[in-house]
Design a binder for this molecule. Structure first.
Ligand code: URA
Length: 459
């Protein structure tokens, strides 16, 4: 078999066979196909799409391109292992809140998360803003940790789905990332290889997501749900909005602070308008994970359990247990607002400067472009332009006002937390372009403020 013939066949819109796809994945994983030929085939796939058969062959070939994780130790007592995966976004700290919640309610989770590249943040980087937290513990240790405390959160293992790791890096530099079949097979190959029983996908849509409109988000979600069925791994997708950054903060240590504050909420703060978006997404995803784990069929009843897990601080205690188990440093802090001492993670959060960004005119905030805010974070040093870049964990943005807020010229919309004045100037250009204020009718402003964040569920 020759790679040249495979490229030519796909270029000419003919269907590739299982053997041809298998050949490509095996040979490329073993460094026997040069990047220029793999790039040519990826571009042909990007332009001509994949048939259903090709999609399945590609996903399974990538899933089998290295070792598969054996989670059988975790299945004793009938435990069902449920994983969660987000297609990415800006300010997306959902995994860090959902995992301790569901683990505190009996769902076992052995989760691998990626590092951020470009404007989307990575959960692994957010965790590394906790002093001492080790995202690279060996897989075996991560599994033992799930046996002991019900949860582990580590970096995407290089030992799993090696073909995807290589191909994703190549797609990243050859403008072939944003293809629904290539994204679906990339994500599902890693998930299938990670040995879980069920998968809950958070498919994001909007300015800061891969999918820019609801139709393409549904198509991506359906494609992944179908692959899950064929792999005998029940898969559900929740489609959520990434039109504006999620929640109140963007930036690694700042997002951990938001996670802590969310997990320390009482019923009234949890139901406050500031937590509305994050709560909606967190509760929906957690409730479905609990159902998939066989621990409660009624989604609304599950949401009540979630409320209790947060307000009783069980979820917070689980978060601290996770941080400690992976070496994160903790200090005990007296919190006068709740009149108690609490263990708190120590964060890499020493930034030197804070600057307020003000509204330039009266009106409603119509949009805050997530992608531009993600790019502003990269400009500040809080994200990576290349895989080798070092991150400044302390920098980022705290939003005081979000979409649908009525503002007067001079009101503070966000705080920028930074270390380097030149980087601030670069970030400011993006922030300026990201925020759009207009003098619209109150009804429109209020509708924007109350728009839903959970947009659909695909099963
Ligand atoms: N995330 C992945 O893991 N793969 C893609 O192709 C896109 C997002």
């Amino acid at each position: 078999m020759r790679m040249y013939d495979i490229i030519e066949k796909k270029r000419d819109k003919k269907e590739l066979s299982e053997e041809e796809i298998q050949f490509f994945i095996n040979e490329y994983s073993n460094d026997k196909i040069p990047d220029y030929q793999a790039s040519a085939l990826l571009m042909a796939m990007y332009l001509n799409g994949l048939t259903n058969k090709e999609l399945v062959f590609l996903t399974f070939a990538m899933a089998n391109s290295a070792k598969k994780l054996d989670l059988s130790r975790l299945r004793k007592n009938g435990n069902v292992i449920v994983d969660k995966h987000s297609t990415g976004g800006v300010g997306d700290k959902v995994t860090l809140i959902v995992l301790p919640i569901v683990a505190s309610l009996g769902v076992s989770v052995c989760k691998m998360s990626g590092k951020g590249l470009g404007y989307t943040g990575g959960t692994a980087d957010k965790l590394e803003s906790i002093v001492g937290y080790d995202i690279n513990i060996p897989l075996d240790q991560a599994i033992s940790q799930v046996e002991e405390i019900g949860v582990s959160l580590i970096s995407q293992s290089g030992e799993i789905a090696i073909a995807d790791k290589k191909l994703y890096a190549l797609r990243d530099v050859t403008a072939t990332v944003s293809s629904i079949p290539l994204i679906a097979s990339s994500i599902m190959s890693k998930k299938i290889a990670s040995g879980v029983d069920k998968i809950l996908l958070d498919v994001t849509v909007g300015s800061g997501a891969f999918m820019q409109n609801i139709d393409s988000a549904r198509e991506l979600a359906k494609t992944m749900v179908e692959i899950g069925k064929l792999a005998n791994v029940e898969t559900k997708a929740v489609i959520t909005s990434m039109e504006e950054p999620l929640g109140k903060s963007v930036g690694n240590a700042l997002e951990i602070k938001e996670v802590i504050s969310f997990l320390l909420s009482n019923e009234s703060t949890l139901n406050s308008p500031e937590n509305r978006e994050l709560k909606e997404v967190v509760f929906e995803i957690s409730a479905h994970m609990i159902k998939m784990a066989g621990l409660g069929d009624d989604i609304e009843a599950n949401k009540l359990k979630i409320m209790d897990s947060v307000t009783s601080k069980k979820a917070y205690d689980k978060f601290i247990e996770l941080v400690k188990a992976q070496g994160g440093h903790i200090h005990n802090v007296y919190m006068d607002w709740i009149n108690m001492s609490l263990d708190m993670p120590i964060l890499k959060d020493e930034a030197r400067y804070l600057k307020e960004i003000h509204a330039e005119s009266d009106g409603y905030i119509i949009s805050i472009d997530s992608k531009k805010i993600g790019e502003a974070l990269v400009a500040l040093g809080g994200g990576r332009q290349t895989k080798e870049d070092q991150i400044d964990y302390s920098v980022g943005f705290e939003f005081i006002r979000k979409v649908g807020s009525k503002v007067k010229a001079g009101d503070t919309i966000l705080n920028v937390i930074y270390n380097d004045k030149d980087k601030f100037n670069e970030a400011f250009e993006y922030i300026n372009e990201a925020i759009y204020i207009d003098n619209v009718a109150d009804t429109l402003g209020i509708a924007l403020r109350n728009r839903p964040n959970v947009l659909d569920i695909i099963t």
